[in-house]
Design a protein around this ligand. Sequence first.
Ligand code: SF4
Length: 465
Amino acid sequence: MTLGHGPKEACGVFGVFGHDDAAKLTYFGLYALQHRGQESAGIVTSAGTSIYEHKGMGLVHDVFNEPILNGLRGRVAVGHVRYSTTGSSVAKNAQPFVASHGGKTLAIGHNGNLTNARRLRRDLEGKGSIFQTTMDSEIIVHLLARNLKGGMEEALVKAASQIQGAYSCVLMTQDQLIAFRDPHGFRPLCLGMLNGAYIVASETCALDLVDARYLRDVAPGEILMIGEEGLKSIKPFPKCQSTFCIFEYIYFARPDSNIFGHNVYAIRKKLGMKLAQEYPLKADFAMPFPDSGNYAAIGFCHESGIPLEMGVIRNHYVGRTFIEPAQSMRDFGVKIKLNPVREILHDKRVVIVEDSIIRGTTSKMRIKTLREAGAKEVHMVVSCPPHRYPCFYGIDFSTKGELIACQHSVEEVQNFIGLDSLCYLSLPGMVEATGIQQDGFCLACFNGKYPIQPEADIAKLCLEY
Ligand code: SF4
């Protein structure tokens, strides 16, 4: 994943029920999920009657320290790392979102985007609801609060039956941890166990870090309610076709995670193998821009017999911001992160294996540095088809203008980036590499077939008016 350049994920969520170190476990869980959101982080815990919370802008290790974690008491916790897909990146929009109603305190962490957020918010405001944030996640809390009279289970079913779109959520009350996932199952969510405590996480890599045993995925449309009396599962909605986000496999999820029942590393490698089958190329070596494309590159080289080299070296210690040199240094921003190795690149025919091209501007700058380092030919193979349509389910390319392939032909993209050739993996090839049936996926950003039609005016800042 190329932090800061590629598309950003919506969020990562983590929850614990029944562990003395609930806050610390959540901290480590969020650490493992940091790739899913780097703008803000938060943890809320419950010690029965008292709720503790801490949230802030920045990375998990910037937001928390030992004294803060020690102050987050209790055996129930929910945590969240955020990249904003609805609402600005400001402190008030950090999650988990906490609200009190009728003596009950709720804290929610949400991954995904609601597609009917604008209408629901207008309706709720028309009935007197006052919103504290511009996040769609707050709508879920308002809907719950309006239906709490009949108990939490009834409130959850009523709220979930009104919201549409993508949501994998962790919700905490004083004495319960609740996990629920939209009926289409766009975003992943899994359940694990550690010494009798239940753990819920966006990805299995977070379970691994805290030594929790993976039990199963939270099923699409399932609501899991976990309390002192144990775990209760309800599936109140008519079963519908799952539409997992295929881009989780291509780009977002960590390669050491298993999501939607399959290992991400293995699928990325197969995507690379498929590319090699679809596009037999002649080259001296193939390389990824680390870390995007690493695993597809392994598969591509394995299948094609083209040697794998690392033609650029990544500086792992570059922070989110850095001081620009006083005098203008050419391509400083690119080179500080990825520096080409001239001795490897000089006079060579190179194939770059990329996981995706969204805006194309970063690729353009990187290819320029390879040419300057002496590469003779630069070809690019991409482990998914061109992104021609926006995503409304929690990924940050929500307008066509952000997608180069929406406006331009493959040849135009190739010329813009400065390549000798450009090949995208076919849609059937991409799906086949996953081993999952095509109708089990959302492919909307590739083929424009949206599993849920979004409201006409939905966009990142649509709730800021
Ligand atoms: S539109 Fe693309 S990125 Fe968005 S959920 Fe569907 S497959 Fe994933």
